[in-house]
Design a protein around this ligand. Sequence first.
Ligand code: HEC
Ligand code: HEC
Ligand code: HEC
Length: 205
Amino acid sequence: MKVSLRNYSWYKFLVVTLALIFISSMQVSLAGNPNSFNRLMKKKPERNLPPSRDGIHDPNAEGTGTLQPPKEAFSNLVKSKSGNYVDWVKSLREGKINPRYDRLDPKAKPIIMDLNIVREVKGSMPDVVFPHAQHTEWLDCSNCHPAIFIPRKGANQISMASILLGQKCGVCHGKVAFPITARTCRTCHSKSKLTKVKNKKRVRK
Ligand code: HEC
Ligand code: HEC
Ligand code: HEC
């Protein structure tokens, strides 16, 4: 009886120790690369790797080697401070790229709609301005309406949490458009709130 009890506590000690080693090694690997799931938030040396090393394309496939590496393709484009480090809006507007609007029709022109939608934000963050122009330069209305957004001001509930979970604006931002990082808050939260000041005039912050 005595022997088996001693064996039992030794066994328990071993299990707990192994579990602790396992958990701490997991934490180390997670802490090492918290954003490994997000290809738009890679560390500098891991950004815009050639197709054979980007973790998206099959390195053994024949076609992979024939694709132009992003760094070469991006070299003449306007730079930005996040995502894949290209300012796509400026690159398009300065004519550095000329994307085909319709896959099958090289002459198709986009229907650009210049309509800003202001979304008032509770709390101290500046309000969000959703610009239709920058979006409809690339995208058809049907990319967003009605599946992602009902086309009526204020008809949609949007929160930061849903965006970070890949819904609403997050269907694209963080995947194919600029991601949510400390550097990009102001790109969406671009309208200062009206605030009262001492001389009773309302001014922009
Ligand atoms: C990238 C996504 C996206 C695209 C593409 C897009 N919209 Fe919108 N649209 C929105 C969002 C977001 C709102 C605001 C909804 C809200 O406030 O709840 C909106 C609102 C609207 C509204 C309501 C305006 C109002 O004052 O009530 C109309 C109308 C509209 N869009 C039409 C269009 C048309 C037409 C196109 C194509 C030319 C288009 N949208 C393309 C996202 C988009
Ligand atoms: C269907 C995809 C899609 C959705 C949904 C979407 N966006 Fe965008 N957005 C884009 C693309 C593509 C661009 C242009 C490329 C880029 O700037 O990364 C863009 C650009 C922008 C820009 C312009 C940045 C500049 O440099 O001028 C703002 C601001 C913006 N989005 C805010 C929003 C907000 C706010 C929402 C949600 C209400 C939203 N977007 C939803 C795809 C989308
Ligand atoms: C792609 C555009 C986009 C970016 C980038 C973005 N936000 Fe937002 N944010 C929104 C939208 C849209 C809402 C919802 C506004 C509303 O209530 O309609 C929002 C709401 C918020 C709110 C209000 C609470 C909530 O969750 O709804 C806070 C706080 C906030 N954002 C903080 C931030 C901070 C901090 C950053 C930068 C790390 C950031 N946002 C980046 C689009 C964006």
